[in-house]
Write a protein that binds this ligand. Structure first.
Ligand code: BES
Ligand code: MN
Ligand code: ZN
Length: 505
């Protein structure tokens, strides 16, 4: 599919479909009014018959309107005009994309991008519209058989144009489109990796994909193997992979295209390619979804893909510990004590709290190797975070309020939201161990504040960095499908970061 930005009159477009909005109570947007006038009131007549009231998300396809050049007009209900906000803007585009998929149109022009949202410009409009369309047109069919794949319905749409009101709005619209397509590249990669089953997407596979990505984007990837991890003293990470026949990998990415000597931003992602829980085995129900337990790592790769596409002038490093977590004769046992790379000893009271065990060593590695200016980790860390926030926001924890603020605002801007939870020192008393320096689960108040306990454990390993932790357990997949979150928020944050670096220079 190809995307464009243009400025032109809706009634004069020679395309298969023009998309225009109707506000509640049959109140046409400017584009719909123009189409109505050109067609001698046909749209008004249809609305009076009651087929389109303008309720938010309602859609209606009209064919062969006289007086307009396109084959179809797709009308989309916009809801009440004074309630038309960012969320409504996204929702009407979801409705438009789904309705358009149901038509045979091979090209279309979207006029919903003319609709103004308070505080946003045409860059934002086109970016958001393009993100919705690319997201809605994403398909994952890699695991269907050859025959079934041949018979899949083909996407008919080949060209989609986002219209802006004036020629002077074109540069803003184009900027939004470029950003959206780069983000989509990263999101699609993260979705593909997440959707792949655990028997395909193993630690070795993730490492291979990281290497390919680095080669294509002309940056560096290094894969650290078991022996090197042993030398580094990553006793915590290695303890998780002991129960698996798949060797662990530590994926290290270095994209250094920012100012020389400028300390990098570090992204660290949980790459647990299947989490059965280990000896503390999980119940069978929904265990298949634990193939998504590498979505933090996939998001790191996705962010690198987008950053390389945008050629952002920043220094960025990535660290992804990749492993399986399975029950086995060699696996971690409850009560085992391991020594992390930081020298902190950990009592493993539940082998299913393995994410923090692989992340703590990855965080120490990131800190010691790169001394990052900022370190952001992301992980499908706790079921408790899903209970706390559901699927609309990722959990955010940070030891630096400025960093938290930047991440929150990036998420708000791009529509990939975060919500901050506390990291108060009082919680630390809950992860005291009888035997080791720290326990990997709460030893008091076991059912309380699970997401915060996970973050509090990681915080013990990140005292020397400006650090944020994202618990993406509720956002990385929805139903049985990977979402690619939080790639959009990360790319927005890194674009803002690049802009700030340039301002300072
Ligand atoms: N990967 C899971 C977290 C998870 C569970 C994410 C369900 C999304 C849906 C993680 O490794 C885990 O098992 N966490 C435990 C921690 C507990 C043992 C303290 C959990 O959340 O139950
Ligand atoms: Mn687990
Ligand atoms: Zn896990």
């Amino acid at each position: 599919m190809e995307y464009f930005v243009k400025s032109g009159n809706p009634e004069k477009q020679r395309v298969a479909c023009v998309i225009a909005g109707i506000f509640d109570r049959r109140n046409p947007s400017d584009a719909a009014r123009t189409l109505d006038e050109a067609s001698n009131g046909t749209i008004g007549g249809i609305m009076r018959r009651g087929d389109m009231d303008g309720k938010l998300g309602q859609t209606l396809v009209l064919h062969n309107l006289t007086g307009v050049f396109c084959d179809r007009v797709l009308l989309v209900g916009l809801g009440r005009e004074r309630d038309f906000d960012e969320s409504a803007f996204r929702r009407v585009h979801v409705a438009a994309a789904r309705a358009l998929r149901g038509t045979g149109a091979i090209d279309a022009i979207d006029y919903l991008t003319h609709l103004q949202v308070k505080g946003r410009d045409f860059c934002w409009n086109v970016q958001q519209a393009a993100l919705v369309f690319t997201g809605e047109y994403y398909r994952f069919d890699a695991m269907r058989g050859a025959k079934a794949r041949e018979e899949l319905p083909k996407t008919k749409l080949e060209r989609l144009t986002f219209d802006v009101p004036r020629r002077s709005d074109l540069p803003a619209g184009e900027k939004g489109l470029v950003e959206a397509l780069a983000i989509d590249k990263g999101v699609s990669l993260a979705k593909d990796l997440g959707n792949l089953p655990g028997n395909v997407c193993t630690p070795g596979y993730l490492a291979e994909q990281a290497q390919k990505l680095a080669d294509a984007g002309k940056f560096k990837a290094r894969i650290l193997e078991q022996a090197e991890l042993e030398k580094l003293g990553m006793g915590s990470f290695l303890s998780v992979s002991k129960g698996s026949r798949q060797p662990p990998k530590l994926i290290v990415l270095e994209y250094l295209k920012g100012p020389k000597g400028e300390k990098p931003v570090a992204l660290v992602g949980k790459g647990l390619t299947f989490d059965a829980g280990g000896i503390s085995i999980k119940p069978a129900d929904k265990m298949d979804e634990m193939k998504f337990d590498m979505c933090g790592g996939a998001a790191v790769l996705g962010a690198f893909a987008a950053v390389a596409e945008l050629k952002l002038p920043i220094n960025l490093v990535g660290v992804v510990p990749a492993s399986e977590n399975l029950p086995d004769g060699q696996a971690n046992k409850p009560g085992d004590v391991v020594t992390s790379m930081a020298g902190i000893t950990i009592e493993i009271l539940n082998t299913d709290a393995e994410g923090r065990l692989i992340l703590c060593d990855a965080l120490t590695y990131a800190e010691k190797t790169f001394e990052p200016a900022v370190c952001i980790d992301m992980a499908t860390l706790t079921g408790a975070c899903v209970v706390a926030l559901g699927s609309h926001a990722s959990g955010l924890f940070s030891n630096h309020s400025g960093l938290a603020r930047s991440l929150l605002s990036a998420g708000e801007q791009i529509g990939d939201r975060l919500w901050e939870l506390p990291l108060w020192p009082e919680y630390e008393s809950q992860i005291k161990s009888e035997f080791a320096d720290v326990a990997n689960i709460a030893t008091v108040g076991a059912r309380e504040a699970g997401a915060i306990i996970g973050a509090t454990f990681l915080h013990k390993f990140t005292r020397k960095m400006r650090w944020a932790h994202l618990d993406i357990a509720g956002t990385a997949w929805h139903g049985k499908k990977a979402t690619g979150r939080p790639v959009p928020m990360l790319v927005q944050y890194l674009s803002d970061y690049a802009a700030k670096l340039q301002e300072e220079a």
